[in-house]
Structures are given as C-alpha cells and as structure tokens.
Write a protein that binds this ligand. Sequence first.
Ligand code: ADP
Ligand code: MG
Length: 236
Amino acid sequence: EETELTDLAEKTKDPEPFLKNPELKQFSQLPLSQKTANGLSKANFVEMTDIQRSSLPLSLCGRDVLGAAKTGSGKTLAFLLPVLEVLYRANWTQMDGVGALIISPTRELALQIFDVLKKIGRNHTFSAGLLIGGKDLKSEQERVSKMNILVCTPGRLLQHMDQTPDFNCDNLQILVLDEADRVLDLGFEKTINAIVENLPRARQTLLFSATQTKSVKDLARLSLKDPEYVAVHEQS
Ligand code: ADP
Ligand code: MG
C-alpha cells in the first residue's frame, strides 16, 4: 500500500502522458488505486466513454474540470473516480470528516449517484451519506458529521450548513457540481453561491453539465480555479 501511494503520487503529477496516449481506452490504464480498479471491474466497467477518457486524466491529476457532455455519456464515473482517489491518496478516515461533496439537482439523481458510489466504492472504507431532505432533519444531523462523502441536493446541504452545529466542511478536498445547468434552471444559483462561500478555497472542483449556458459559465467562474474545459459532443 505504501508503494502504491508513492506510485500514484508519481503518476498523477502530470496528465499529459495520459492525454497524449491515443491508445488510452480502458480504466485499467489510468492511475487508480487497486481498490477502485477492483470496484470498477466488479461492476463490469472496462472501456471508458469519451467524457471519461478526456476528463479523468485531468481530474485524477488534481485539475479543476468544467465538463460538458450530453445525458447518458457517463459523467457519474467521471466525477466519482476522482472523489474516491483524492480521499484514498490523502489516507482519509472517518475522523477527518467531510472530504467530498457532490451536489445534484434532484433527490432522484442524488440517489442514482449514491448507488453508483456504493457499487464502485465497495472496497474503500469511507463513510458516505445522502442529504436530500424528505426525511427527519434531526436524525440526519446526528450522522452528518461522521460522513466522508456526502451526496446532496442544494437546499438540504445549505440547511445543514446553517442549522447543524457540529457540521463543517473545513477539510473539504473536492467539490462536485453535477448537472449544473439543471441546478441553475431549478433556481438554486443563490443557494450554490452560499454553499461555496462556506467551503475552503484550497480544494479541487469538478463541474459537469449537459449544456454550456452563460449561467453555467458564470457559476464556473465563481467556483472553479483555472479550469480545464472538456466538451464532448458526439459519442463514439
Ligand atoms: P450521465 O450522467 O452523463 O447522464 P451516467 O453516468 O448516468 O451518464 O451513465 C449513463 C449510463 O452509462 C449508465 O447506465 C452507466 O452505468 C453507463 N456507463 C457509464 N460509464 C460507462 C462505461 N465506461 N462503460 C459502460 N457503461 C457505462
Ligand atoms: Mg448524470
């Protein structure tokens, strides 16, 4: 495990060798931990989709990514793999609190993300929780500070930031804004801005969207740092 971490640290310094490799096709060619690689193959994920192939070399090397690709193109794994890998490489434990936030526009989408996370993250020991409202706030409040990875809807996350005394994201390593165009269409712009204000500035941010509207670009300007822009229009 020690040598694996050294090896991953070395391979994730520079995305160029991966991006320039015309033969980059399979997850097994990426700098991934054995735990994540096993989770992927157990779930029968072998070949990458286009958005995964073009964004993962960057996101796994710590870059902020603004990713655009249509629905069904595989954006979920494009952000869940960096989430797992960032925490794994940081030796994250339950004691370290919230290390990753994934914000999704709706409960249904958050649930889908959570299911994929459980599947591919099965070999990791991180705790993961769903903050999507519709349930008793009190019972969530008792568990939320013990979670390492949170999949949330915007309103419920901000509610915890405002109302849960021992909840903080001071150690956050990575923020994911999924379906950013829909988040904005649903009127969550102010909520997202308020959430981002509560987060440490030194973090990685990934923003995925099906479309690149002006408001998505405005949100990106506020929440990402020198982002790499990755757009995939046709699925091969
Ligand atoms: P998006 O978020 O872009 O709409 P999803 O991440 O929900 O897309 O993925 C759409 C479908 O494609 C899902 O059923 C998912 O399991 C499948 N999928 C994603 N990546 C791969 C892959 N690399 N190989 C095979 N199937 C994949
Ligand atoms: Mg999606």
